[in-house]
Design a protein around this ligand. Structure first.
Ligand SMILES: NC(=O)c1ccc[n+]([C@@H]2O[C@H](COP(=O)([O-])OP(=O)(O)OC[C@H]3O[C@@H](n4cnc5c(N)ncnc54)[C@H](O)[C@@H]3O)[C@@H](O)[C@H]2O)c1
Ligand SMILES: CC(C)C[C@H](N)C(=O)O
Length: 365
């Protein structure tokens, strides 16, 4: 991969490669855009097939965070980290402390939190080296695991999408096929179960499937069958790119609404959903609950305030559908437009001359 070509293509600000021989840390911190504020985005730990795949994931996820934070109305830019390694085997305290020192070296330009493969305990280790970490244990005045709040936002967004597709936002009696029943999806299933939805679950982790099937009277299926199953709503809650050339013609759902980041493999797959009349709730709009939650820590955390704020996802998803219908554009394009307009307006106002502490003129006596 020609890294500067990639960075220039989507205008990335900075990519930091971090290694620590002692602990085995190999991490990539990608900062996409800090126009709105410091870059906030989680840390993913995953076994990548190649280093190139890890860089690609970091870049794609970081850009997604810029758009997610902007569209959610947060004064935060976008960034993300991937740590190369198996979260079940390769973790050690020194690794997260070494990573924490790298975050500290960015002096507040990047703030991290959990993502796939990392936990509150990992964030607590990072916190030993830096304050630029959220989602740490509640005893530090923090919010802990963001997943239940992300799940509540996905649930709200799914209801808005159901209203668009079926004329009512009730999920009672609707069949929801959930792909990946990890942290977010387990909490999502709790909401769905309470509302009387019929749930189908799959996961590559058999224990996770068993736990969800038992708790929510869900039907368990094999991972690849999720695309062929009869359902009203497909909820991708595992990894990205599951809407692709191989799967798109198999999906029978009228609605796609789930927590996974980067659900569309390529933009053309969003165009195809639009042409097929499938109601797609764009990933970074519907899954913004986690980031709304951890961002609240920066002002002194208040759970009740957060749960109210997360309900904005219902309205944001509706707004996306309105823009999409008005301009006859796919919903993912409508979402990008909403985020880009906010960044552009802030960027334009920042062009004014400001005598602040960072300007050369402010040092004149
Ligand atoms: N945790 C959050 O607050 C949050 C916020 C926003 C977005 N997200 C995104 O939501 C998704 C899920 O996050 P999470 O925190 O629940 O992660 P998680 O690791 O707890 O859960 C993911 C689950 O998906 C399963 N999985 C992986 N590949 C699969 C496949 N091919 N088929 C079926 N199952 C598969 C895993 O075994 C795991 O159980 C990720 O894409 C993440 O980036 C999470
Ligand atoms: C800041 C974190 C809660 C980020 C979360 N993993 C996301 O993708 O939105």
């Amino acid at each position: 991969m020609a890294i500067f070509v990639e960075m220039e293509k989507y205008d990335y600000e900075q990519v930091l490669f971090c290694q620590d021989k002692n602990s085995g840390l190999k991490a990539i911190i990608a900062l996409h855009d800090t126009t709105l504020g410091p870059a906030l985005g989680g840390t993913r730990m995953w076994t990548y097939a190649t280093e190139e795949a890890a860089v690609e994931d970091a870049l794609r996820l970081a850009k997604g965070m810029t758009y997610k934070n902007a569209a959610a109305g947060l004064d935060l830019g976008g960034g993300k980290t991937v740590i190369i390694g198996d979260p079940r085997k390769d973790k050690n305290p020194e690794l997260f402390r070494a990573f924490g020192r790298y975050i500290q070296s960015l002096n507040g330009r990047y703030i991290t939190a959990e993502d796939v493969g990392t936990t509150v305990e990992d964030m607590d280790l990072i916190h030993l080296e830096t304050d630029y970490v959220t989602g740490i244990s509640p005893e530090f005045g923090s919010s802990g695991n963001p997943s239940p709040v992300t799940a509540y936002g996905v649930y709200m967004g799914m209801k808005a999408a159901a209203k668009e597709a079926f004329g009512s936002d009730s999920l009672e009696g609707k069949t929801v096929a959930v792909q990946g029943v990890g942290n977010v999806a387990y909490s999502l299933c709790e909401h769905l179960y309470k509302e009387g939805a019929k749930i189908i679950v799959t996961d590559i982790n058999e224990q996770a499937v068993k736990r969800a099937a038992e708790a929510f009277k869900a039907t368990a299926i094999d991972p690849d069958d999720i695309y062929d199953v009869d359902c009203d709503i497909y909820a991708p809650c595992a990894l990205g790119a599951t809407i692709n050339d191989e799967t798109i013609h198999r999906i029978k759902a009228k609605v796609i609404a789930g927590s996974a980041n980067n659900q569309l493999k390529l933009p053309k797959h969003g165009d195809m959903l639009h042409e097929k009349g499938i109601v797609y709730a764009p990933d970074y709009i519907i899954n913004a609950g986690g980031v709304i939650n951890v961002a609240d820590e920066l002002n002194g955390y208040n759970r009740n305030r957060v749960m109210k704020k997360v309900e904005i996802i219902y309205h944001n998803i509706n707004r996306i559908f309105e823009i999409s219908k008005k301009s006859d554009i796919p919903t993912y394009v409508a979402a990008d437009r909403m985020a880009e307009e906010r960044i552009a307006s802030v960027r334009a106002s920042r062009n004014q001359f400001l005598t602040n502490g960072h300007h050369a003129l402010s040092r004149r006596k």
